[in-house]
Design a protein around this ligand. Structure first.
Ligand SMILES: *Cc1c(COP(=O)(O)O)cnc(C)c1O
Length: 432
């Protein structure tokens, strides 16, 4: 419920409101929309670098960027330049970061069902860390390792703390597809089993308690639970995962990356963990979400007795989070960023689903209508990376802006791109 202009705190760090335009990274959003078309993802490089650097400073060497939140060659190179390593969870993510020129020694490999060929590639490459998730994976490592190769591992532990927005609940019975259960001794046994595999070096433990976490309570709880295992196994490293939340809408607030790091270090000390323990983390959203925004053009305005619908030229194919999680966003009119937003509307996309909603209850200036350029801030995480071709819609282009310049890092998908998987032959070869 708002009549206020969009909160500046939701926008990228390098944002300037002009009378009838907005500059991000010193570049006009109106001119970006004209040059690259809409929908368009715009990322402020200064914000990306500031967040990545903050993460690097808040934790020990080995802090990772969780690439599933947003991955392309440009972001992979940027986070590595800022001193981070990169988390991948599939062969596809791994392949992309290697093609981007990232050295395998900067890559951390996750996954609860790593495919045999993925495991082969990872072992041959020699990555920074392999996060071992389950007993079948230990068996596969045993089959593949004879002492000629080495691999540095963390054991993924399910501490029995599940963090949700604003609160955390302790589950008696860990019910997760990820990791080794702490309470029943599985995690302890996994460390012992792995240590018996030739070439495996168990560097430490890992946990990840959830996403959109707004305080350190859940991390505190998890650290207390794993402390005994850390001490008993004498591991040198503990990764506390990702999950630091970001503010998406007016009135939300969260910890900065610096505060999160300080909170985790304090909690580790209180849990009696050794000073020498290397504390790492793997934020995704906290690095990329606020750096990005999406530009849309309004195509249709329709009134029904209950409300006004504003339809834009994108939708659930470029931002599935509202549909998947009921997530909220704000919107503003780029041509009048300082205006009071007094027009209540529902912003919808162009897909053939009633559920294709971007903002259920949005507020825009009175003057916003057909042809207006609007923006939704904080769309830098889990937007492009979850984008689809639903309704045969091409994925948007992505530009990075910095110091008055824009560079295209992902071009818009074309109609040709959309048919490149079609195979002409009418009948296939016989299958025996
Ligand atoms: C998704 C995920 C992250 C990143 O989560 P954010 O909420 O984006 O910070 C980190 N680690 C693991 C294991 C994950 O699955």
């Amino acid at each position: 419920m708002s009549s206020q202009p969009v909160p500046r705190s939701l926008l990228p760090d390098d944002t300037t409101f002009l009378e009838s335009d907005v500059l991000v990274g010193g570049v006009s959003l109106r001119s970006l929309a004209e040059t690259y078309g809409t929908p368009l993802f715009v990322y402020d490089e200064a914000t990306l670098r500031q967040r990545a650097r903050a993460a690097r400073e808040a934790f020990s060497e080995g802090v990772a960027f969780a690439s599933k939140s947003f991955l392309c060659g440009a972001i992979a190179r940027l986070v590595v330049e800022e001193g981070l390593v990169i988390d991948v969870a599939t062969g596809g993510e791994l392949d992309l970061v290697l093609r981007a020129g990232v050295d395998p020694s900067r890559v951390v490999v996750h996954g609860n069902n790593k495919l045999p060929e993925e495991l082969d590639r990872v072992l041959a490459l020699g990555v920074h860390r392999l996060i071992v998730d389950n007993d079948d994976e230990i068996d596969r490592l045993r089959e593949r390792l004879d002492g000629s190769l080495t691999v540095d591992c963390l054991v993924r532990v399910t501490p029995g703390v599940e963090a949700h927005t604003h609160e955390f609940v302790k589950t008696g019975q860990e019910d997760s597809k990820f990791g080794f259960t702490l309470a029943n001794g599985s995690a302890r046994r996994a460390v012992e089993d792995l240590r018996a595999v030739p070439g495996v070096r168990v560097r430490g433990l890992h946990f990840h308690i959830g996403s959109q976490i707004f305080d350190v309570g859940g991390f505190n709880e998890a650290l207390l639970l794993v402390a005994d295992l850390v001490r008993d196994t004498h591991v040198e490293e503990l990764c506390v995962g990702g999950g630091l939340g970001v503010a998406y809408v007016e009135g939300e607030s969260t910890l900065t990356i610096e505060e999160w790091g300080r909170g985790v270090r304090d909690a580790a000390r209180r849990a009696g963990l050794p000073e020498s323990l290397r504390l790492t983390a793997e934020p995704g959203r906290a690095i990329v979400a606020q750096a990005g925004l999406t530009l849309y053009r309004v195509g249709v305005v329709k009134d029904v007795p209950q409300r006004r619908y504003v339809a834009v030229d994108g939708g659930m194919s470029d931002n599935p989070r509202p549909v998947l999680y009921g997530s909220g966003y704000e919107a503003f009119d780029v041509s009048d960023p300082g205006a009071e937003r007094t027009q209540p509307v529902r912003i919808v996309g162009r897909h053939c689903e009633s559920g294709d909603v971007i903002i259920d209850e949005a507020w825009l200036p009175e003057s916003t209508g057909v042809g207006s350029l609007i923006a939704t801030p904080v769309t830098g995480a889990y937007g492009y990376s979850m984008a689809s071709n639903y309704n045969r819609v091409g994925r948007p282009a992505v530009v990075f802006v910095s110091e008055g310049r824009a560079r295209l890092v992902l071009r818009r998908e074309t109609l040709d791109d959309l048919v490149r998987l079609e195979v002409d032959s009418e009948t296939g070869p016989p299958l025996d």
